[in-house]
Design a protein around this ligand. Structure first.
Ligand code: CTP
Length: 401
């Protein structure tokens, strides 16, 4: 679950800071990448060298750093944006109060204020400090910001008193993070088949008929599905995009017929199939064995129809949730709904070339999701990564009801 995740650990000045050495080890063992930010108070309880060695990354503490005799700044914004999850453990009463009030007098707090990812905090303090209304109010405020409490355990405290206030054990903190990530993986165990990109239909050894599809929408869908726990087969026509996620098997093809063969081979096994490819509807009947010379005034190419991958999948459907794309220039909704019925789809994603910022070669897209009850859900103009998450969310809701 934590494999490949970037975890930013903020360590503040409480005795439980010594346990963060174990926490870092657990995170690294679970496959996470870990960076640590310390407050000055934490230095009394754990050394930066311990955490740097265990995390395999330099530890940051000050706004300013000195490297080779020159001064530079620790970029708290970059650090915060790097993180998939931020964990503040131990979180002292002092740091909780500062977080709740937006105080920004050290690097950890500046990083916290810059974080866009989920932020967990594991309070650690003596029981009366933990019970104090000021601490309770700070925790409530942090919860209202969407920060996630990892509650302290009860037991013997450093003061010798018994009660609530001990930082959750490193294993428990790890468990919280894993549970959180599990909730973000609604497609765990699902097999998702995606077609992407254009197809190239050869005319002769150097020329082809193609289209302007970049493949980005399909690649974003693959990435989002993998991040949500699915194992993905991505079949793409020629595209500059590549995949990094190990849960995605990328199969590159060139022509519509190659895409057809590859997609249908993977279809029987799929739970969800999304055809986002801009497949050429026609191909030259004959491919010239040699480069065609321009020795005539006219050239006529005879085109024959390519197999329709999506329509074939619709006919063969055995429980797969099948989604197509429609790119229309007129009577958009009506045409998309007709396509949905004709190809026996469960849903169709309509993107219109009429919308500025949407479609081929753009970073953004504006879609409507239409399901088989012909319910239409329009979305705002968004990045293709966000659109991919919206599409998967719509699919997920329908396969779980
Ligand atoms: N599609 C496919 N195989 C084809 C053609 C299209 O799988 N040979 C899929 C696309 O991936 C897309 C959907 O069908 O999900 C819509 O494609 P589009 O070309 O817009 O629709 P067509 O059915 O070809 O109809 P028309 O071109 O007449 O609009």
């Amino acid at each position: 679950m934590l494999g490949g995740k970037n975890i930013l650990l903020g360590v503040t000045g409480g005795i439980a800071a010594y346990k963060t050495a174990f926490l870092v080890r657990l995170l690294i063992k679970a496959g996470a990448r870990v960076k640590v930010v310390l407050t000055e108070g934490a230095l009394s309880f754990v050394t930066p060298l311990t955490l740097a060695t265990l995390s395999k990354n330099p530890v940051s503490m000050d706004f300013i750093k000195e490297e080779d005799g020159t001064l530079d700044w620790n970029n708290h914004v970059e650090l915060a944006l790097w993180a998939d999850l931020m964990v503040i453990a131990p979180a002292t009463a002092n740091t909780l109060s500062k977080m709740a009030h937006g105080t920004c007098d050290n690097l950890l707090l500046a990083t916290y204020l810059s974080a866009k990812c989920p932020v967990f905090f594991a309070p650690a303090m003596d029981l009366d400090m933990y019970r104090h209304p000021a601490t309770k109010t700070a925790i409530e405020k942090l919860s209202s910001y969407g920060n996630l409490l990892i509650p302290p355990a009860s037991g013997e405290l450093a003061s010798g008193l018994e009660g609530e206030g001990r930082m959750a054990e490193p294993e428990a903190i790890l468990g919280y993070l894993q549970d959180h990530l599990a909730q973000q993986q609604p497609l765990k165990g699902k097999k998702v088949l995606i077609t992407a990109g254009p197809t190239y239909e050869a005319i002769d050894p150097v020329r082809y008929i193609g289209n302007h599809s970049s493949g980005q929408m399909g690649f974003e869908l693959a990435r989002a599905a993998a991040e949500q726990g699915a194992s993905v087969v991505l079949i793409s026509g020629p595209s500059r995009f590549s995949v990094e996620n190990e849960s995605i098997t990328l199969q590159r093809v060139v022509s519509a017929r190659e895409m057809y063969e590859a997609a249908l081979a993977a279809y029987a096994d799929a739970d969800i199939a999304i055809c986002a490819a801009a497949v050429a509807d026609f191909r030259p009947r004959d491919i010239a064995p040699h480069k065609i010379k321009k020795c005539t005034e006219r050239l006529t190419l005879e085109l024959v129809k390519n197999p329709d991958i999506l329509e074939t999948m619709g006919k063969m459907k055995k429980g797969q949730y099948l989604v197509g794309f429609a790119l229309e220039t007129e009577n958009e909704i009506e045409n998309a709904q007709k396509k949905l019925k004709r190809k026996h789809l469960d849903a169709i994603v309509l993107n219109s070339l009429m919308d500025e910022g949407a479609g081929f070669g753009k970073e953004t897209n504006k879609i409507s999701f239409i399901d088989k009850n012909l319910t239409i859900k329009p979305f705002e103009l968004k990045s293709k990564a966000e659109v991919a998450r919206d599409i998967l969310h719509e699919i997920y809701q329908r396969i779980h009801t």
